[in-house]
Ligand binder design. Structure first.
Ligand code: DX5
Ligand code: ZN
Length: 228
């Protein structure tokens, strides 16, 4: 069993063959399927809604990790859970009543994930660490795949890892944006244990070889990684 989780972001998949792409990603060793929902307000881009998540759910056997880059996420939580999301990620920047939103996600029976933009300090999520199943640190500004990894996010990853371990919590620390063979070691060495990958994964040509290469890079960090 791998200690590290690979979450291909279907934003970089071939949308005309989405079902096949999900099957291929799973066959290559994807642990989660990451689904990027964008509203054209919180982020400039527009992507997909609950209908597409429901279609993905027909095909996927791994959990659908739904990342909501939308204003007013409370309005859509139920719709995405009904569509088949296994986890819902909400940005701290979009939630006025963050604790309430996270509690509502758990009440709906799915994993609650809190997400921070690169310029948002870690301190913003410390008060809710006991109320989440995942923390997702954005390592690019959300909105598009294929952007360059922002190194200044590394100390924040380490800080959050220290809090999670110090409090003895079972929280998955996830990174998203610009992660690939060149950057995965840096984020792993700072405490990330789950990796969203869009362009590096779907642009690799051979998904299985890519996943194996990522796990090979992560091998030295397995001893530090507490995840079973
Ligand atoms: C960015 C999305 C990411 C994106 C990652 O706003 O949240 O999930 O698809 O793509 P890469 O891995 O290409 O940066
Ligand atoms: Zn994402």
């Amino acid at each position: 069993m791998n200690r590290f989780l690979i979450a291909p972001s279907i934003l970089s998949a071939d949308f005309a063959r989405l079902g096949e792409e999900v099957r291929a990603a799973e066959a290559a060793g994807a642990d989660w399927i990451h689904v990027d929902v964008m509203d054209g307000h919180f982020v400039p881009n527009l992507t997909i809604g609950p209908l597409v998540v429901a279609a993905l759910k027909q095909v996927a056997t791994r959990p659908l990790d739904v990342h909501l880059m939308i204003e007013n996420p409370d309005r859509y939580l139920e719709a995405f859970v009904e569509a088949g999301a296994a986890a819902l990620g909400v940005h701290v920047e979009t939630c006025v009543h963050l604790h309430r939103t996270l509690a509502q996600i758990r009440r709906l029976g799915v994993r609650a994930c809190v997400v921070l933009n690169p310029a948002t300090p870690a301190a913003q999520i410390e008060p809710v660490l006991r109320d989440v199943d995942q923390v997702l640190v954005m390592t690019v500004n959300p909105g598009f795949s294929g952007q360059r990894f922002i190194e200044a996010t590394l100390p924040k990853i380490r800080q959050i890892r220290t809090w999670i371990d110090g409090m003895g919590l079972e929280v998955d620390l996830v990174v998203d944006g610009g992660i690939g063979l060149d950057t995965v070691e840096a984020v792993a060495s700072h405490g990330a244990r789950a990796f969203v990958m869009g362009s590096s994964f779907f642009g690799s040509g051979d998904y299985k070889r890519f996943v194996d290469a990522i796990h090979a890079k992560l091998k030295p960090y397995e001893a530090e990684g507490a995840r079973d």
